[in-house]
Design a protein. Sequence first.
Length: 508
Amino acid sequence: MTSTLQPASTNEAVTKRPGRWLALSVLVLAVLLVAVDATVLGLATPYISEDLKPSGTQLLWIGDVYSFVIAGLLVSMGSLGDRIGRKKILLVGATAFGAISVLNAYATTPEMMIFARALLGVAGATLMPATLALIRNLFHDPRERSLAVGIWGATASAGTAIGPIAGGFLLEHFWWGSVFLINLPVMAVLVVVGIKLLPESKNPNPGPWDMLSVALSLVGMIALVYAVKEAATHGFSGEVAAVALLGAGALIWFVRRQLTLPTPLLDMRLFRNRGFSAAVLADLLTILGLSGLVFFLSQYLQLVQGRRPLEAGLAELPAAIGAVAAGLLAGRAARRFSVRSVVAGGLAAVGLALASLMVLDQSTGYPLLGAALLVVGIGAGFSFTVTADVILSSVPKEQAGSASAVSETAYELGAALGIAVLGSIVTGVYRDFTGPVGTPDGAHESLGGAVEAAAGMPAQQSAALLDSARQAFVDGLSLAAGLGAAVLLATAVAAWFMLRDQRLENEV
């Protein structure tokens, strides 16, 4: 399918803004803020489970409500940034993100924690689209933009390494809420320095911000993802069907409304560009295949293999190292070979690495796990960096916020669906384990609950309970890895065909 949109570089002169690299350093702080927050949650989950005593369903909500809310608001916030200014919305969002992190840190009930995570999603929805949109407007030279996007992606990957290590250190010395407070110094530096260094940019002719479209986008995304989550957790029912129909209806209405508005919240013509659509779909399916596994990996390292929090954080380091290295090389590789070979090859590598994790058991040695995580990082680094570059280069700079929001929506929607579907599979397999006589019901809700229950039982019963619970958890994790591998390999094949003839821009 041919696009009615022309590459942005054909209509704009290549200008190199002074101070653009210093401005980029501020933008990557925002990326770091989000990446660190996402990774420390997984590491803190066993402690949150022990302290707040959430049910298995509540634990999944704590993990995915952030993604639900952010997925519903990203398009709206990206469009709002195009209208009122990307610098302004970034700085306001960063300030709110830091303040709400305090609420997360001091949550005292599962319900309060879920509410705090939802509010954090509202703030987070302002950050990622604004950073990518500002990169699009700071770097007009295609090769410089590719490097900037690579640095942007590498910082996100570095955050996934810094988060577990810093979080592991904090969890060994302080209470679990401290892992959320590390957002505060990053936020403070971002706001103070960003006021000085970031240039403002926005669409010069934005039109009004359509509130009905905002509401339809939010209701549609949240309802649809909620329905998938509930169907995966509790099975299909009339209530699930009704919520799914509500979500689908709202999104259909949203699309139809965008096609009739003179200045839509989201220009649906973006999807006529085959490269844009393929990159968005690849991001969504990749995260879907990865996120359910990643959410439970920290629990496997700590509650199954008995690693301390800091050791568990260090164990996940190879994935970040691989992603940082690949992200910095991705643009050059895509120009030397092709976009589709780098994206499809990266996704296939991730799929094969996930498939290798199907052999996990309670005593799996670290060499297998570390090697698999390194390959996952390299493959994902190549794929995500190139797809982000494709998305940004497919649209005029005035629509950079909306395009970036679509990209991030795919990412967050994939994360929510992955945790909902693959996470529910892990939970479903886990709940069926057979424990010794007298096993409390709470032990079947989560592995953290089983560990807590075992602490109050006689030694023989405790050992039997832990062995059964850990084995069930590993069985569920292995099944999720296999399904994730199938999704990644299928996505690699689709990307190979959908990204044919796609090229990154060269200097103009």
